[in-house]
Design a protein around this ligand. Structure first.
Ligand code: ZN
Length: 211
């Protein structure tokens, strides 16, 4: 088997769900939210990506004018009334009808995003984490998704090691990419795009996300 054939075989191992969830993780890295970076993408029934987004302020609303915090007693000084969630942006940016589409998202959709998902005809949600499962917004979201018969399931991948098990070289690489001291507890690394694709130029390509 020549090199190209071997690489193509390696590429085929990256399945559809891994690819789109990896894309969400990449999109999340664009968010300026200091606490929770979320990425989402909408995929049609033919497997085409038709919309993507991450959590951010509305167009024209600049980060230096609107808050990213959430601890103020004045709700107007917290982010929640202003920020557009990743799912909202992915749906707003979609280039075609979303009937029967799947949305991939790194965090389980809140109740407001669940409404958008349902009303746009999206029939499947694939999520990476559900850290707000105990919150009423997430419980309401699941009640609505269940009633509307929108299927949702957790993306679990053996390629996401638990935080704290990252090899030292990964920490160093992350420090260089992010300009930070390096990931500690609370970070996950996703290496599916680099190692599994086996492409020489992508061997060191890695994605990090908060757990
Ligand atoms: Zn939401």
């Amino acid at each position: 088997m020549d090199d190209l054939s071997a690489r193509m075989d390696a590429i085929s191992l990256l399945d559809t769900h891994e690819f789109f969830m990896s894309f969400c993780l990449l999109a999340a890295q664009r968010s300026k939210d200091p606490i929770t970076q979320v990425g989402a993408c909408v995929v049609d029934r033919q497997g085409n990506l038709i919309g993507s987004g991450y959590n951010g302020m509305p167009r024209g609303c600049h980060d230096d004018e609107f808050p990213w915090g959430k601890g103020s007693t004045n709700t107007l000084e917290n982010k929640h009334l202003y920020v557009c969630h990743a799912e909202l942006n992915a749906i707003a940016n979609a280039t075609g009808t979303m009937d029967g589409c799947t949305i991939y998202v790194t965090l389980f959709p809140c109740n407001e995003c669940a409404k958008l998902i349902i009303q746009n005809g999206i029939t499947e949600v694939v999520y990476l984490t559900d850290k707000h499962a105990a919150k009423p917004a997430t419980k309401a979201s699941k009640l609505m998704l269940d009633s509307a018969r929108v299927k949702y399931w957790h993306f679990g991948s053996a390629t996401l090691p638990a935080s704290g098990t990252l090899p030292e070289c990964t920490r160093t690489r992350h420090a260089r990419i992010q300009g930070m001291a390096g990931p500690g507890a609370g970070w996950r690394a996703c290496e599916v795009l680099g190692k599994r694709m086996g492409l020489p130029g992508m061997q060191t390509f890695q994605i990090f996300t908060r757990t």
